[in-house]
Design a protein around this ligand. Structure first.
Ligand SMILES: C[S@@+](CC[C@H](N)C(=O)[O-])C[C@H]1O[C@@H](n2cnc3c(N)ncnc32)[C@H](O)[C@@H]1O
Length: 303
C-alpha cells in the first residue's frame, strides 16, 4: 500500500482507506528502518573530489534521511548534501522532526516540491544528482504513467549516477500467516480499492523495466527482508495493528465480493480482522509478518 498523493477519501466507499495516512508514514518508517538502512548501505558513489548530491524523492516521514546523510558523509569530499522533497506539506513536517531528532540539519535540505519539477530543474541546469533514492513513490496509483516518472528521474542523474527505487513490496508480504487463500483474496480486494492494474505495462512490479526503458544500465534488484514476531516486535505490531489489518478490513468490506470472496470468506476475514473478536489475528501469540522489501538500482551511462 502506498498513499502517494491520491486524494484523501477517508474510510468510506470503494476507494482506499487513507484516513490514517500520517500514522502509516510513521509506523511503516519504523517497521522498515532496518531494510532501508541495509539497502542504502549497498549504494556506492564513485566520486572523491567534490561534494556529492543526493535526492530523496518523496521523503515521506524522512525514514531514509539518516542513512542518506551517512552516504554523503562517506562519499565525495564529505561535504555533500541530501535534498529531501515531498509534495505533501504534512509529510515534510514529519520529516522535519526526523531531521531535528537525528541532528541532520546541516546535511539535509528539505522542502515541499513535486519530484517531477525537481528532476526537470536539475536536468535543465546540468546539476544532476549522484544518487536519487525514491521509496514507495513511483507506482500506478500515484502516477498515470510511472515509466515517464522513472525516465524523468533517470534524466536528473549525473553520468554514472544511481537511481535507487525501493519498494516495501506490500502486496507480496505475509500479513495473515496461516490464512493463505484468504490473504490472497484480500490482497486482490485491496488492489481493487487502489484501482491497480493486475498486469500490463503499468503494473507496480515493473520498476526494473521502467529503468531499462529509461536508458539506465546495470539494472538489478536485491531483496532486504524484514521478518518479525508481532508478539516480540513493537514496531511490527504497531504497523500491523494500526495500518495493515485495518486496511485489509476496509478492503474486504468495500471490494471483497468484487475480489471473489464468498460470504463465508468475508465472515472469516471479519473474524480475523475485527479487534473486538476473540478470533482477531492480533490475539494470536504466534502470528508474524514478513515483508520482502526490494531495491531496484540502475546507473546512468557514462559515455
Ligand atoms: C508511500 S509514501 C513513501 C514515503 C517515504 N519515501 C517512505 O518510504 O516512507 C509516498 C510519498 O510520496 C509522496 N509523493 C507522491 N507524489 C509525489 C510527487 N509527485 N512529488 C513528490 N512527492 C510525492 C507522498 O506525498 C508520500 O509522502
Amino acid at each position: 500500500m502506498d498513499a502517494g498523493n491520491s486524494p484523501l477519501r477517508g474510510d468510506t466507499g470503494a476507494g482506499p482507506d487513507t484516513s490514517r495516512y500520517l500514522d502509516y508514514l510513521l509506523t511503516n518508517r519504523d517497521f522498515t528502518a532496518p531494510a532501508v538502512a541495509a539497502a542504502i548501505g549497498v549504494l556506492g558513489v564513485d566520486v572523491t573530489d567534490r561534494p556529492v548530491r543526493v535526492l530523496d524523492a518523496g521523503t515521506g516521514a524522512g525514514g531514509a534521511l539518516r542513512d542518506l546523510a551517512g552516504l554523503v558523509r562517506r562519499a565525495g569530499n564529505g561535504e555533500g548534501t541530501v535534498r529531501a522533497i515531498d509534495i505533501d506539506a504534512r509529510a515534510v513536517e514529519l520529516a522535519s522532526s526526523q531531521i531535528a531528532d537525528a541532528q541532520l540539519d546541516h546535511s539535509v535540505d528539505l522542502y515541499v516540491a513535486d519530484l517531477r519539477d525537481v528532476a526537470a530543474e536539475a536536468a535543465a541546469a546540468g546539476r544532476g544528482f549522484d544518487v536519487i533514492w525514491s521509496a514507495d513513490v513511483v507506482w500506478p496509483a500515484t502516477f498515470d504513467d510511472p515509466a515517464t516518472v522513472v525516465r524523468d528521474l533517470a534524466g536528473a542523474l549525473v553520468p554514472g549516477g544511481t537511481l535507487a527505487l525501493f519498494t516495501t513490496n506490500y502486496y507480496r508480504s505475509m500479513f495473515l500467516p496461516g490464512h493463505s487463500r484468504l490473504e490472497r483474496l484480500i490482497r486482490t480486494a485491496s488492489e481493487l480499492t487502489w484501482g491497480l492494474p493486475d498486469d500490463g505495462s503499468t503494473h507496480y512490479e515493473r520498476l526494473g523495466a521502467w529503468m531499462r526503458r529509461a536508458g539506465l544500465v546495470d539494472v538489478g534488484v536485491r531483496v532486504f527482508p524484514v521478518a518479525a514476531s508481532t508478539a516480540a516486535e513493537p514496531a511490527a505490531r504497531a504497523f500491523l495493528e494500526q495500518i495493515v489489518w485495518p486496511e485489509m478490513r476496509h478492503a474486504v468490506n468495500s471490494q471483497g465480493r468484487a475480489a471473489g470472496m464468498s460470504e463465508a470468506d468475508i465472515a472469516r476475514a471479519e473474524g480475523l480482522l475485527d479487534p473486538a473478536r476473540p478470533t482477531w489475528v492480533g490475539a494470536d501469540p504466534d502470528t508474524f509478518v514478513v515483508q520482502p522489501t526490494l531495491l531496484w538500482t540502475g546507473r546512468a551511462a557514462t559515455g
